[in-house]
Each structure stands twice: as C-alpha cells, then as structure tokens.
Design a protein around this ligand. Structure first.
Ligand SMILES: NC(=O)NC(NC(N)=O)C(=O)[O-]
Length: 554
C-alpha cells in the first residue's frame, strides 16, 4: 500500500509522498467529480442526494486518514484528529463540497481533499501524535449558494453568523432549508441552530486551499500563491413587472414591456461597472465615496447578470401580466469589489438608474438584496507561514528557488469569508488551467494537486508539531522553574535569619531567648505572642509584621 511504501522508504524525512499527496488525491478528485445529481454534468447543491453521497465518501477518506468524523446539524462533514496532550484550540482546515450547475471538479473539492491527504501523511508517518493542537477538516455544505441563493450556509453557522431566518428561505420548488434538513433526518430548529457555532477561544485559525479560478498563476508559471484578501460581494434579485400582451397586436408605442426594460437595465449596469468613475465621483451614499475608493473600485469592480427568467416565456407573448405570483422578468446581479464603501456607492447608483429607466418605460421594478459579504483580509501571520510552506513545497518538488511566492487578491468568494467572523484566516491558491472555473473545463495539473498537499503538509509539520526545540524549551522551562524555586527558598530563609538577628538586637525583654542559637520559629512565636509583643521597640512593629508573615508561611 501507499503507506507501507512510505514507511519503508530510506529518506522518510525527505519523501515527497507522491502516492498520497498526488496519485491518491487526484484519484479521489476524479471519483468525487462523478458524484452528481445530474446525468452528463456535475451538479451537487446543498443537501441534494448527491451531496449526501459525496459527504459519505469524504467521511470514509477522513477515517482512512485517522480522523474521527461526524456530520453536523446543517450537513457539514467534519473529521478531527485530537492528539493526546494537545491544547484545546483546534486548527480548522477546509473548503466546500457543493458545486455550481455544470461545474468543474476542483472548486471546493481540492481544498477538502488536499487537507485530508496532508493529515493522512502525518498519520502514516506517526507524526500526528506530536501535534500540539487538534486539527479538524471541514467539508462545508454550501458555499456556492445555488439552491437557496444563500451562500456560506455551513461556514456561517459554524462562525455563528447565520441568521435563524435562513431556515425559512425557500428553494425554487418551495422547500425551505429546514424542510430539506428534515428530509435528511437533521432536526435543526431556530432554537438549536446556535449550537453549531464554535467558540472563538476553541479555534486557532482557519486555513483553506482553493483553486485560483483566475489566470494569474498560469501566467507567472507557478503552482501556488498566498491570498491577501477576498473581495466583498452583493447578490441582488431584480424583478420587472409590465403589461402582458399579444406580440402581433400591441403597437410598439403602447407597450409596457418588462423584457426590454430588463435589457436596458443590464446594459446600463455594464456601463456603470466598466467605468464607475463616470458615475459615482460625487454622488455616493452620504458623500462617503472619496478619491481612494473610486480608484480601488475602478480596479476591482466586476458585475454579472448570471440568471434571467421570464413568464410566460413564449415567443409570441409580451411578458408582463400579474396573473400569477411568478415574477415576470427577473434577473440576478452579482457585484464585487475589494472596496465595501464603493460597492454601496455602485448599488446606490444602480438603484437610481433603475428608477429612471423603469419610470420612463412605465414598468415597476423591485430590487431585493439576497446576500452581502464584506471584503476580508487574510491574517498576516498565517499568510507568512503559508508562504514559507508553499515556497518549501515548490523547492522540494522542483529543486528550484522561485524567489517570492505570489500574493493575490481573490475576486471569488470563499468559506474563509464567513470563518473570518470566528477566527483568523489564511488561504492558498492553486493554479488552474486557463484560469477557468465554474465550468467542466476547470482543470488542475496532477503535480499542482501534489504541490497543494505538500504545502499543507509542510505548514502543519513546521507550525503544529512539537519539535526538538519545543522539547528543549520545555526542559529549560522546567529547570528554570526549579532554579527559581530554590533561589526563592534561599532568599526567604536568609530574610528570616536577618530579621531574627535584627529583632534580637532591637527587642529588649526577649533578648535572652533570642540570643539562644538553638531558637526556632515556634520558640520565637511563643515569645512574641500576647503581652511580650509590647516590649518590642524600634523594629518592634516590623517584627510584629514579620511575625504575621511567619503565621502565613506556616
Ligand atoms: N469560489 C467560488 O467560486 N465561490 C463562489 N461562491 C461564493 N459564495 O462566493 C463565487 O461566486 O465566487
């Protein structure tokens, strides 16, 4: 087996563990990539039958890596290693097991599998016994937000920022989150949802590996990068209602056509997001927009209309009659930028444009904000450890000194955003072919899967294991405690001796007794008890204080 091959290797310390970190990890990615609710393409949304199957598969791989596993009250799959003598603060590693529709097989899955593989290496080499902290891998149930337009359901629950009202949000078929949990025999209610939250003082940090989903790493020819921060995002649903009619009979000048209103809104959104500086130089909400935010918006703003639906959706009908509750023309808007104030300014401007366009076209428009997440920064300390780990992994694999590991911003959202409400976060990006993601064309080289696993292994090995240095530090701490205690005893006994002698000099009535060299503390206390205390002069009060100290020592 891979494990016995590893253990029989001569240079175990220098081994790159390709059997586990590359071959097995890649095989598992392909196996998981086939677990789908759809025939012919990959689709695995929150708590769908395929996502339950995927969760069970992940549990078997976690158990194979020596982790204790469970599924929580929202469908997140956990695997934990709790070494003896470890402190109670756990390092959390993870990513998500859900996918978009017609997805690639690496988005989310790579982060879960590379974490499991790295822990498997620690397990088979016996080094997991030396972990200073528990390590937990979490495969989050919902990051893409496809089914409920919610995003981060699992990680937000663990971070304690999931509103209880989310349990009543419905999917397209009318099932609520709570219904779907019940269908899967998970009894999560508004009362017990908060029990999923982890306490901040039980967590050391959260680290996530994810494919870059952009083209930079491929362009610079490197497999790994560290993530500096993640852009904030807002998801909006915009509904346009007009007047339904016959395509052949209603004159163009008499139409209230929601479809063309939607088209104009979409085109104006494109202009706004391509050149935000032309629109929001001075009219941000409450004048918040300053020159800096306009510059950062212009550099990072992206807006997308990804989903559109119409009713009744027929070629010879102008959509628009409110005869049913189904929205007539509705579409989604996804807005992202690293500048949170700038994002608000864009939404404000969009809303003004919507009012103008919809008034002019005599249709009614409603904008609903479905999801907001502010931009987050990754922790500088974790990032520097991840950077060293990525550097070491690439150096060991290629023998090359790559110089600095790149540092990138993430335009894609990640569970780390929700986890940042609980603990410090760090992320590693892995190169993907052409930067393509959310597509079956998504691809990661086998060696890059290996580099990711090796980097996480190096990160754990360097930062989470007891080292010889820790051992030596422990011994030296023990020695210094012992030495300090001995010094304290010596100092105390010399103080006793000095005070005895001083009291001997300054006390009159007790002089004879004090001159007796064989005097011990109890003799001394009997002398100064009661009336004899009043005969002390000069140092008498201090002798009395000292006397009390002796009582305490006894
Ligand atoms: N890594 C992702 O693809 N995340 C996606 N999902 C969320 N929630 O952001 C996205 O749209 O960027």
């Amino acid at each position: 087996t891979a494990s016995s091959a590893l253990l029989s290797d001569d240079g175990l310390k220098n081994d790159l563990f390709p059997e586990i970190l590359r071959d097995e990890a890649v095989a598992r990615l392909y196996e998981l990539g086939k677990v789908s609710d759809a025939d012919g393409y990959l689709e695995r949304t929150f708590l769908s039958p395929a996502s339950i199957r995927a969760g069970n598969l992940i549990r078997t791989w976690m158990e194979d890596a020596g982790l204790t596993t469970w599924m929580d009250g929202l469908g997140n799959v956990h695997g934990r290693i709790q070494p003896p003598n470890a402190s109670n603060k756990a390092l959390l590693l993870g990513s998500h097991l859900d996918t978009v529709v017609d997805a690639g097989m690496f988005d989310g899955a790579l982060g879960v599998i590379s974490a499991i593989s790295a822990l498997k290496v620690l397990n088979v080499t016996g080094r997991s016994r030396h972990l200073k902290h528990p390590v937990e891998v979490i495969a989050f149930c919902d990051e893409e937000g496809v089914r409920f337009q919610s995003t981060f359901l699992g990680s937000a629950a663990i971070a304690g920022v999931l509103p209880v009202s989310t349990l009543q949000v419905s999917d397209k078929s009318g099932l609520t989150v709570q219904n779907v949990l019940k269908e899967n025999l998970i009894d999560t209610t508004e009362e017990n949802l908060s029990q999923l939250k982890y306490e901040a003082d039980s967590v050391l940090g959260y680290v996530e590996v994810h494919i870059e989903q952009g083209p930079v790493l491929e362009a610079v020819g490197l497999p790994l990068a560290v993530v500096k921060g993640i852009a904030g995002q807002t998801r909006i649903k915009l509904t346009v209602r007009g007047s339904q009619g016959h395509a052949g009979t209603v004159p163009m000048s008499m139409r209230q056509d929601p479809m063309v209103a939607a088209a104009e809104l979409i085109v104006s959104l494109e202009s706004l997001c391509k050149r935000p500086q032309d629109y929001i130089s001075s009219n941000g909400p409450d004048g918040q927009c300053n020159a800096f935010s306009i510059k950062s918006i212009a550099g990072s703003l992206v807006c997308t209309v990804g989903e559109i639906s119409t009713w009744p959706s027929a070629s010879n009908v102008i959509p628009g009659q409110a005869s049913t509750q189904i929205p007539l023309v509705s579409f989604t808007i996804d807005i992202r930028t690293i500048d949170d104030i700038g994002r608000e300014a864009i939404i404000y401007e969009l809303s003004n444009q919507m009012d103008t366009i919809c008034d002019r076209r005599s249709v009614s428009c409603i904008m609903e904000r479905k999801h907001d997440a502010n931009a987050v920064s990754c922790d500088a300390g974790l990032n520097s450890q991840l950077k060293s780990a990525a550097y070491a992994a690439i150096k060991r694999m290629t023998g090359e000194d790559i110089g600095d590991v790149p540092v990138l911003m993430s335009g894609a959202g990640h569970d780390a955003m929700a986890m940042s409400h609980l603990t410090k976060i760090g992320m590693l990006f892995v190169r993907c072919r052409g930067g393509i993601s959310h597509s079956p064309e998504e691809h990661v080289l086998e060696d890059d899967v290996w580099a990711a696993g090796l980097a996480i292994h190096a990160f754990l090995d360097t930062n989470l294991l007891y080292s010889i240095r820790d051992g030596l530090q422990g011994v030296s701490k023990l020695l210094s405690t012992l030495t300090n205690s001995i010094i304290l005893i010596l100092v105390l006994s010399s103080l006793v001796e000095i005070r005895l002698r001083l009291c001997r000099v300054f006390s009159s009535d007790s002089e004879e007794l004090l001159e007796d060299d064989s005097l011990n503390f109890s003799d001394f206390s009997s002398v100064f008890h009661g009336d004899s205390v009043q005969y002390l002069t000069g140092f008498g009060d201090q002798c009395r204080d000292w006397f009390n100290v002796q009582d305490l020592i006894r």
